[in-house]
Design a protein around this ligand. Structure first.
Ligand code: ASP
Length: 467
């Protein structure tokens, strides 16, 4: 007989059903064992009267054990109805019990929202932490958002394409994670800080509309709410201008809110636009929180910030990029870029999307002219050979008929966290790391065997950081 999900049990009134799940609660009352059984879809009361052949075994169950219950769906006696449960009008009169796994006492309560438990402990037992309702709902929301945007973008003619994880350094302003090659000893892959170069190369390839729910990896200094690996909704489009990319993204954001979190209200449509200068002067921030009522958990204040300077001085007095070296300057500043004049005043085509004081995404129109892109790297102080070695493939690709193109990437974790009213992105990432990059459940990072190091030709020198 097929398994019945708990939510469907009421439809089987008067019939026998096979239910499987976890023991959510257990009590004995007047020689009857009452057990609340939980599966992914809900909770239902199961009763083992003393006359039931498995009564004694039911008494010995422990909370959170996994079981199979076979029994009859019956109406609850009048007063025993539980209006708080969708299955509250019925109960299962158990005829047999199979115990799949008897649970040891759990290290913490999984029935609460978990905020009273230390995060270290929650992360160490993340597989149990994820049993709690609050987290389950966060992941349902995350799934709904991703499912929705995939359908939306597909409808708009986008193709989802995966790009490599073992790749070459692509500068996004952080350090790369590097992976040693065993076969090419002494050489390394870099893990992608973003799919930036590949998505542009897919435009040269003629896909025109690309997206990916992409994993990005950045080796940054510990910060409270950063993750070394995180997820972007990444997209890139050919033959577009800034307005096209912004309009499409604005439409998608509005649709997600309307369809998936209709209880939330967008403060202003179209999204207000601020220049970087204006944002700094008026709000002392380039990601201002424009909410008129900051106590309202359902208010969403989106805004766009545009007209950022392309370059800024770094600590050594050279030039560095503020956002993305592959961005195009505003068309009226292309001439300055080509002549390497007024460098500090060149404005980029970058646009950032801000929500309630968080930057939830950013992108730009790209520099699709190889000679102009080269100028950017020159301004950044890269030598000819270095440009060739690191970005020669891009310059070359752009010489074979490159469409003007642009795109954006959203920090999907942050976006989901905001819609879930969660302060930390760790609440919407299934297996997050601590602020200092450790996975407490898996015990990561960890040492590797001397044998593995030998194969890679790697020697650990200096003191180990025991963290
Ligand atoms: N690759 C950029 C980033 O990760 C986003 C973009 O410009 O499309 O921030």
């Amino acid at each position: 007989m097929e398994r019945v999900f708990i939510k469907d049990a009421p439809k089987n009134l008067g019939q026998k059903v096979r239910l499987m799940g976890w023991v959510n609660s257990l009590r004995e009352h007047g020689r009857v064992v009452f057990l609340d059984l939980r599966d992914r879809t809900g909770l239902v009361q199961v009763v083992f009267p003393e006359s039931s052949p498995d009564y004694e075994r039911a008494k010995k169950l422990t909370l959170e054990s996994t079981v199979l219950v076979w029994g009859q769906v019956q109406e609850r006696p009048g007063k025993a109805e539980n209006p708080n449960l969708t299955t509250g009008k019925i109960e299962i009169l158990a005829e047999s019990l199979t115990v799949f796994s008897l649970a040891q006492p759990l290290p913490f309560d999984t029935k609460t929202d978990g905020r009273e438990i230390s995060e270290e402990k929650r992360l160490q037992y993340r597989y149990l932490d994820l049993r709690r309702e609050r987290l389950k709902n966060n992941f349902l929301l995350r799934h709904q958002i991703i499912n929705f945007l995939r359908a939306f973008l597909t409808q708009e003619g986008f193709v989802e394409i995966e790009t490599p994880i073992l790749t070459k350094s692509t500068p996004e302003g952080a350090r790369d994670y590097i992976v040693p090659s065993r076969i090419q000893k002494g050489k390394f892959y870099a893990l992608p800080q973003s799919p930036q170069q590949y998505k542009q190369l897919l435009q040269v390839a003629g896909f025109e509309r690309y997206f990916q729910v992409a994993r990005c990896l950045r080796d940054e200094d510990p910060r409270a709410d950063r993750q070394p690996d995180f997820t972007q909704l990444d997209m890139e489009i050919s033959f577009v201008e800034r307005e096209d990319v912004m309009a499409l993204n604005e439409r998608l954001l509005i649709e997600i809110v309307r369809k998936i979190v209709p209880q939330k209200k967008i403060q202003e449509i179209p999204f207000p636009r601020l220049s970087f200068q204006e944002a700094r002067q008026k709000y002392q921030s380039d990601r201002p929180d424009l909410r008129r009522d900051k106590n309202d958990p359902n208010l969403l204040a989106f805004s766009w910030v545009v007209d950022f300077p392309f370059f800024e001085k770094d600590k050594q007095g050279g030039w560095t990029f503020t956002h993305n070296p592959f961005s195009a300057p505003q068309p009226e500043h292309l001439d300055w870029l080509m002549k390497k004049e007024n460098i500090g005043e060149i404005i980029t085509t970058q646009y950032d999307i801000v929500l309630n004081g968080f930057e939830i995404g950013g992108g730009s129109i790209r520099n699709h002219r190889p000679e102009a892109l080269k100028k950017v790297f020159e301004i950044l102080g890269r030598k000819e050979e270095d440009i060739e070695a690191n970005f020669g493939h891009m310059l070359k690709a752009f010489s074979y008929g490159c469409p003007p193109h642009g795109g954006i990437a959203w920090g999907l974790d942050r976006f989901v966290a905001l819609l879930a009213n969660e302060e930390s992105i760790r609440e919407v990432i299934a297996f997050p790391k601590t602020g200092d990059g450790r996975d407490l459940m898996m015990g990561v990072p960890s040492e590797v065997s001397p044998e593995q190091l030998r194969e890679l030709g790697i020697k650990i020198v200096g003191e180990k950081n025991e963290g």
